[in-house]
Design a protein around this ligand. Structure first.
Ligand SMILES: C[S@@+](CC[C@H](N)C(=O)[O-])C[C@H]1O[C@@H](n2cnc3c(N)ncnc32)[C@H](O)[C@@H]1O
Length: 308
């Protein structure tokens, strides 16, 4: 390539020298000038640096150059089993959690019976109008409550469902440990060797209120419990979130619960207005709704996301 350019430059120099020596006729000189113009044009066009070729922007290179969404890291990606029919939900929990027997059989056991109160129910906003409103709207066959404590809201939901002629199964997901220091306010909930009797007092309340057929405890952390319900194919028409009120707890519970919400179901929760953890519940609910293109409604102290 270099040699080729060198030859061209040499013949141009020779032609120029001949013109200057004026030994040529006018016609020959004109021909030489035309030849020179052509030669110079050719020389400069072929020796200029290659121009970058502009690439068409295709779908593919647009997608690969898009910045990754950091929120993808927080998504719950577990695949749930196909939904179980709602009439199998109770027996599945009895089989998977209680070795096939009812936890209410022979309840209360002798070693705790004198430590329980016949009825000790306390909740927070647990009988608000929102429960009746959502039960009459969604006509749930399966309800999951995430955060139950002594069962105030669960028992209220059972009563509301019955008032609407519904036979709803309510699963109460709670580790029944309360929270560190909760016994300062609930001194009457006894403890045996470090084991606080919250689960037993909750069950006692359910027995007292005659709701053992409607309400079953799923006594695990919300994270592992919701994950298992998803794995077992247990889905709900109505899910209430009322466990940890910090952003991270509420965020994880909402995302996990959403995976086991039936199409057209309702997800709702307490403490939309609490100031705890810099309004952690509200931040989690709003972010979740925003990302999933859902609308948040408010009913009393509760937030509601209705998929209908
Ligand atoms: C505010 S209370 C629930 C009150 C109940 N919904 C009512 O209105 O009557 C919160 C409950 O969530 C439970 N909880 C909090 N964090 C939890 C977690 N990570 N796993 C399981 N239970 C949890 C506590 O044990 C407590 O009983």
């Amino acid at each position: 390539m270099k040699e080729h350019h060198h030859q061209k430059r040499t013949s141009i120099s020779a032609a120029l020298a001949a013109i200057y020596s004026s030994k040529l006729t006018k016609a020959t000189a004109l021909f030489l000038l035309l030849f020179l113009t052509y030669a110079l044009g050719f020389l400069f066009s072929s020796s200029s640096p290659p121009q970058p070729v502009s690439q068409p922007i295709t779908r593919r290179n647009r997608a690969t150059s898009a910045p990754p969404n950091p929120l993808d890291e927080f998504k719950i990606t577990t695949q749930c089993s196909p939904p179980l029919p709602s009439n199998l939900v109770r027996q599945t929990i009895l089989d998977k959690v209680y070795n096939g027997t009812s936890p209410y059989a022979n309840f209360p056991p002798a070693h705790v019976s004198n430590l329980l109160r016949p009825k000790r129910i306390k909740g927070w906003g647990s009988t608000g109008a929102v429960f009746g409103n959502l039960i009459s709207r969604s006509k749930p066959k399966t309800i999951i409550e995430v955060g139950t404590f002594l069962g105030a809201s669960a028992i209220h939901m059972a009563q509301k469902a019955q008032a609407h002629g519904l036979k709803a199964q309510i699963l109460c997901l709670d580790d029944f440990r309360g929270w560190p220091g909760f016994q300062d306010r609930f001194k009457d909930i006894k403890m045996i060797n470090g084991d606080v009797l919250l689960l037993y007092q909750f069950m006692q309340n359910v027995v007292y209120m005659n709701q053992t057929e409607s309400i079953l405890a799923v006594p695990f952390s919300t994270g592992s419990g919701l994950e298992k319900l998803c794995e077992w194919g247990i889905m709900a028409d109505l899910i209430e979130i009322d466990a940890g009120h910090d952003f991270n707890s509420a965020w994880a519970d909402i995302n996990r619960a959403y995976k086991i919400l039936r199409p057209g179901g309702v997800l709702f929760g307490h403490d939309y207005f609490t100031a705890a953890d810099n309004r952690g519940v509200r931040r989690a609910v709003n972010l979740f709704a925003h990302i999933n293109g859902l609308k948040v409604k408010v009913d009393g102290q509760h937030w509601v996301i209705d998929l209908a």
